[in-house]
Design a protein around this ligand. Structure first.
Ligand code: GLP
Length: 260
């Protein structure tokens, strides 16, 4: 893992956006794995800005989102398709047919999940996957106890996750209990991963993810096994890391050709 500690959340968002800009410039038909939640919103805003300035072109980019609520259609304000349209898809020149979000209204969840996996394969696999981190260590919606080898499938979220994701739903009871999520095995096949976490409430789970033992009890710990995972943090989220000084040293000494 490469641990990048930035002073503020905005600095962390800028670092992540620069990594995506470099990816798209290096490979204009990149396959991007995208995430929802509050953490990536600033990254999407920066990508929109870079697009406006003519620095990145999404014309050939393909995207796959991590997850979606079962029972919600694209027009529902709580759906992740809606979120993506609002924060990114409607603001850049990505082709609608090149954007993929699991279909919350599918008639057959298992068949749709198999199709989703097949679409990722047909596109050549995910080049760069953006991830957020929940307080219980889930990635996508792979809650604690998820198989570390899992593929895209139905999951039942925890009561805490429902409470954390109240947003437009108003109350935790109204948050759908079932979701379709890429599996941990699916996520692990991405060529590169950018995991982002900002803010003090994430400090404990960040320390566990980076420095704890690998366990399905904290799914994000599996990223220690990923061959190319960047963890982009702000100081608040990095506060409980024991080796923070070493991570800073590595970043300060990063070779010029590796910088974005
Ligand atoms: C949801 C999403 C995750 C996201 C998490 C954290 O559970 N399915 O992909 O990482 O929320 O969200 P936030 O960034 O708002 O803390």
């Amino acid at each position: 893992m490469e641990i990048i500690i930035k002073a503020t959340a905005v600095d962390a968002q800028q670092e992540a956006a620069r990594i995506f800009r470099r990816q798209i410039r290096d490979k204009p038909d990149s396959v991007l794995g995208l995430a929802t939640g509050s953490t990536p919103i600033g990254v999407y805003a920066l990508l929109v800005e870079m697009h406006r300035r003519g620095e990145i072109d999404f014309a050939r980019v393909r995207t796959f989102n991590l997850d979606e609520y079962v029972g919600l259609g694209p027009e529902h304000p709580g759906s992740y398709r809606h979120f993506m349209r609002e924060h990114l898809f409607s603001k850049v020149n990505v082709a609608a047919e090149n954007t993929h979000v699991p279909d919350g209204l599918t008639k057959s969840v298992p068949a749709h999940c198999a199709d989703y996996e097949e679409s990722i394969r047909r596109c050549g696999g995910i080049d760069l996957q953006l991830l957020g981190l929940s307080r219980d260590g889930h990635i996508g919606f792979n809650e604690p106890s998820s198989s570390l080898a899992s593929r895209t499938r139905l999951k039942t979220i925890t009561p805490q996750t429902a409470a954390d994701n109240v947003g437009v739903f108003g109350t935790a009871e109204k948050v759908p209990r079932h979701v379709i999520t890429m599996g941990i095995g699916t996520i692990m096949e991405s060529r590169r991963v950018v995991m982002m976490a900002t803010g003090a409430p994430k400090a404990a789970v960040v320390a566990q993810m980076v420095e704890g033992a690998i366990t399905a009890n904290c799914p994000a710990t599996v990223l220690q096994m990923h061959p190319s995972c960047m963890v982009v943090l702000d100081e608040a989220a990095a506060a409980e890391l024991k080796r923070a000084d070493y991570y800073r040293w590595v970043y300060a000494n990063k070779p010029e050709w590796q910088r974005v």
